[in-house]
Design a protein around this ligand. Structure first.
Ligand code: GLN
Length: 243
């Protein structure tokens, strides 16, 4: 039996799981095991109750515009508890569609404005009406590398999105684009950090290729759940570099 136990909510995991975002849970389990920690996980989908107090970690994956519209209709029912989870500083990883849906709104490729949870201030426009020049009139697809400004760590991934996201007050980027497009192809930002919520356009999945980020989220979750525990061994875990 592991010494520590964390419970993860896979938000809308049966609808938003494009490009194997679920692999992030496998990566979290892999590193958690080395930190004497066991992770249990549960999909919390439409028409199901989400209670912030029941979970220590959450994953909100990406998807197609259609599934985002379906999820968006359910979000008001979970909004208050989701906001509580984020504002209490519990670690949440939001990828692509999930990232867009945590914000104010997302304008889908067909022009439909899909309301978000409004928990974070960012908003997302569509490629087609945002810019008229041809270079920007396409999905952003390809390998991407960013650098986190606080830690100097480089994160690697693969992006594939229509949306152009613009950060709001209080949000810091997950990293500065070294190669690829990022949030909007204009301001060199990629993703967002707010408290312990990490947003990104990276599929791949992001945590399998960027173990340092998995470690950061696990440590935050452990500190929150076990505030008096000595986590120095967990802190000392060495993460092999990945590319
Ligand atoms: N449908 C959204 C977009 O195209 C999100 C895509 C995704 O999650 N990969 O921007």
């Amino acid at each position: 039996m592991a010494k520590y136990q964390l419970n993860l909510a896979h938000l809308y995991g049966n609808l938003l799981n494009t490009y194997g975002d679920e692999g992030n849970i496998i990566a979290l389990r892999y590193y958690a095991k080395q930190m004497d920690t066991e992770i249990t996980s549960q999909i919390v989908s439409i028409e199901e109750d989400f209670k912030a107090d029941d979970f220590d970690l959450a994953l909100f994956g990406g998807g197609q515009d259609y599934e985002q519209m379906v999820v968006s209709k359910d979000i008001p029912k979970k909004q208050a508890e989701l906001a509580k989870f984020v504002n209490e500083g519990k670690p949440l990883l939001a990828i692509c569609g999930g990232y867009q849906l945590l914000g104010q709104y997302y304008v889908a490729a067909d022009g439909t404005k899909i309301p978000g949870a409004g928990i974070l201030p960012h908003y997302t426009l569509t490629q087609s009406d945002h810019r008229t020049d041809q270079a920007n009139k396409a999905r952003f697809i390809g390998d991407i590398t960013i650098k986190n400004e606080e830690t100097g760590q480089e994160y690697h991934g693969f992006e594939n999105h229509n949306g152009r996201t613009f950060l709001g007050e209080g949000e810091r980027p997950l990293g500065i684009v070294q190669e690829g497009h990022g949030n909007n192809g204009e301001d060199q930002t990629e993703g967002a950090i707010y408290k312990q919520t990490y947003c990104s356009y990276f599929h791949g999945p992001i945590l399998t290729r960027n173990g340092e980020l998995a470690k950061r989220m696990l440590l935050a979750a452990l500190k929150k759940k076990y505030p008096t525990a000595d986590l120095s061994a967990q802190q000392a875990l060495k993460i092999a570099p990945t590319f």
